[in-house]
Design a protein around this ligand. Structure first.
Ligand code: HEM
Length: 329
């Protein structure tokens, strides 16, 4: 299953085939925020969770809606979902039928159904991790940028210059050229890896690391949150400084062990390409289309940054922001 996910489902090419769906959902979100009266307060955390679920459900169940590129047909081929559904002829399957009948509009229900049917299979993990992690990253990036207005100005300038010059809405063709945006994303992953503790793993052999013997079968959990804030790897580790990545080759792809938001090695996240695309897409859109202000005269330095707990770690308290639409000159 893992091989199918990485080889077939979530390759760069496959993620590109999801683009129209993902872009459509991002643009729906921008319209929704834009429909607020100018300066209206939006619960950005809530909106990001909904768009994340909608994106994952629509890419997972796209074929049902007649869209190409869904990864569910592959999952169907190996019959895992089918097995679960037929094993459990109960309330959850009724939900599934209803959602299918309505063309998959009840997207959150589909995720609920998968959750209810799961024995912790990889495809269900994929939907769960896929739905949450990118929105959580964007939520933290926006929080850090609100706390650091000069970084916000800098990244908005870059994003707007790029897309105004192109004279079109935000698309992925030039994400690679948005160097500061990239650094903002890396810095967000460093301070707020959405999955701070890896999935527990067991070593197959006894190994010695830095003189410490780890017997075979020991359960290992890697704490990427602690690594990201370790002062032996990072200067001013608690400060949000995207500039540290501008002239650095450090990336999040599992080769630089001081920055491993997706894990590393053979068990690293198979959804990285998909996840990172969604982060850029949402963040670039939010930064391009709106100016953002903290409501109720909250000062940037007073913005609450408490973390929740759980497998994926979002903000403890929702991020409420005033949105002011940006009109290109
Ligand atoms: C910003 C986005 C994401 C981040 C930061 C992230 C991070 C992670 C991390 C840290 C792990 C554990 C790796 C380990 O234990 O060594 C993981 C596992 C996994 N992720 Fe992601 N993930 C993201 C997006 C996604 C997406 C979009 C999908 C699928 C659509 C996905 C599917 C999975 C699956 C199936 C696993 C389990 C792999 C296994 O057990 O072998 N992830 N992810």
């Amino acid at each position: 299953m893992r091989k199918i996910l990485t080889m077939e489902l979530l390759t760069d090419k496959r993620v590109k085939s999801f683009r129209p769906i993902l872009e459509a959902e991002a643009s729906k979100l921008m319209n929704l925020i834009g429909s607020e009266p100018a300066g209206g307060v939006v619960n950005l955390s809530r909106l990001l969770v909904s768009v994340g679920n909608a994106m994952t459900s629509r890419t997972a169940f796209g074929k049902i809606r007649g869209l190409e590129g869904s990864f569910l047909p592959v999952i169907h081929r190996i019959r895992i979902i089918d097995e679960h559904v037929s094993r459990r002829r109960n309330r959850e399957t009724e939900h599934l039928d209803k959602a299918v009948a309505t063309g998959g509009e009840e997207e959150e229900d589909l995720v609920d159904v998968l959750l209810a049917c799961t024995d912790n299979h990889l495809e269900v993990k994929a939907v769960i991790l896929g739905g949450d992690t990118s929105p959580v990253t964007v939520e933290w990036a926006m929080s850090e940028l609100m706390k650091n207005p000069e970084k916000m100005n800098k990244v908005q300038r870059e994003v707007r210059e790029m897309f105004d010059k192109r004279g079109k809405v935000v698309d992925d063709a030039c994400f690679n050229e948005l160097h500061y945006l990239k650094s903002v994303v890396k810095e967000t992953f460093r301070l707020h890896p959405p999955v701070p503790l890896s999935i527990p793993r067991e070593g197959r052999e006894t190994v010695v690391i830095n003189g410490c013997q780890i017997p075979a079968k020991t359960r290992i959990i890697v704490n990427s949150w602690a690594i990201g804030r370790n002062s032996s790897h990072w200067t001013q580790p608690d400060q949000f400084i995207p500039e540290r990545f501008l002239n650095s080759s450090i990336d999040y792809k599992g080769n630089d062990f001081q920055l491993i938001p997706f894990g590393a090695g053979r068990r690293m996240c198979p959804g990285m390409n998909y996840g990172i695309f969604v982060v850029y897409l949402l963040l670039a859109n939010l930064l391009y289309h709106f100016d953002w202000k903290l409501p109720n005269q909250i000062k940037p330095q007073d913005l609450d940054m408490s973390e929740d707990s759980g497998g994926t770690v979002p903000r403890k308290n929702n991020l409420y922001l005033n949105s002011i639409p940006y009109h290109a000159p």
